[in-house]
Design a protein around this ligand. Sequence first.
Ligand code: FAD
Length: 447
Amino acid sequence: MGSVARTAVIGGGMAGCAAARELVRSGREVVIFEVGEGLGGRARSWHRPEIEPTVGINLMYVSFYPLMSKLVEEFGLKDELVKISSSVYISDGGDAVPLSSDSPINVLKYPLASLRDRFAFALAGIREVLRRDQMDLFDPLKAAPFDDGTSIAEFAHRYMSPRGFDFLLRPQVEGFWNFRCEDVSNVHGRALLAWLGGSDFYVFRGGMQVLAERLAEGADARFGHEVSDLQLTGSGVQVSARTPVGEPVSEVFDDVVVATPAPIAAKLTATLPADVVGSETRAFLETQEYEPAISFAYLVDHGSLPAEAHIVAGGSADPPIRNMITYPRKVRDEQGRPVDKLLVFAYPGRALTRRLLGASPEEQFATVTPLLNTLWRDFPADPEPFQIAERPFGFPIPAPGRYRQSAEVIGRLRPPVAFAGDYFNSPTTEAALLSGTRAAHALTAAG
Ligand SMILES: Cc1cc2nc3c(=O)[nH]c(=O)nc-3n(C[C@H](O)[C@H](O)[C@H](O)COP(=O)(O)OP(=O)(O)OC[C@H]3O[C@@H](n4cnc5c(N)ncnc54)[C@H](O)[C@@H]3O)c2cc1C
């Protein structure tokens, strides 16, 4: 009696680290098994010393993320935040025009949709804003009652023409997440309408992993450890993993939070009995689909594209290039003088992303570079290919009806194995944080 409970957290992304924090705070001994070389998961940035700031892929924190806002305050990370402009451009076959949903007036000036559709869109935005308290982008327990099995496309077609939808709402969803609006619950689009307007966007100066690292303080993080199996034993759950040198290790814990992408979670827990992972939970994990993501970073001359812009393809087709995000950076020239450049992140459309996954960087760049002007006609002809980041489990797709299933699965989370990840709701770091916190509470509430 009196020995400290020990919990394993599998996966050191935002969900796993949020879980670790709650578990450490409840007095447990916590070990994080992470296959990568650091914390943050999909929110972890790459760094290259040739550019200033050195940080690459850098996730956005939006002012309406409640948990993250609280953590930034608590950890004293306000000075780490860099505010960025949220200017959005919609491209119609290479010709891009600004669309800021910040105010209905801006929407009314937008030339790519009819006046009737612009009014309908602005009104829909106002209607959802009035329901802000109910429309939540992160919490499936709040979203579930609105998840009536219809998609964003079905929701939007009720009040605007197909063209209006393709150039007003669709690009603002698919330009962030790349999944088809036909495949996604209406709640996701409505919550975006409710919350996006008037929000401030930030990045963390050194990358968002700073938050993961702070959350994990007090836990023992073991990097390069790939968990391969979980088994129930008489005294708890046995976690089997391979170390960075491929050596098999295993250790028994009182309980476990599995915070990997859903298909990996399903595999790791495949042989656990039905009283530990029930059939609904198992089906929820096994049926979760993902849109993979590959980000292509280029350096181009400052001024050749707008800075801090989000350029998104309009229309219903799956385009060769889905979107671009541009950030200012300084690069040293041969004399060591700083030169202003733009770091451009380009994301291919769905079919091209799938085709390029796992190919060599040379082949990936050779395919994508000639296509960049399909999104921005005047894209410089000789961009400098800089870095590629692949995320095979990029964006979990919140299919119609998924929030209701998610709410049911959350209601069933209990020891000794709880699950966490952004797939419980929208693919955002905020949803991952909430899910990790919930999984930890499901373990600690039971003792
Ligand atoms: C290109 C892109 C851009 C994005 N931009 C934004 C943005 O601007 N703002 C925003 O809020 N969100 C953004 N997101 C979404 C956000 O990154 C995710 O929602 C969030 O990071 C998911 O966190 P998670 O902890 O659920 O999963 P993950 O981050 O995937 O964490 C899971 C962890 O488990 C580890 N793991 C997997 N298998 C094993 C194993 N067998 N053993 C041990 N460890 C394992 C992985 O290495 C990983 O670290 C973006 C996503 C992508 C792909």
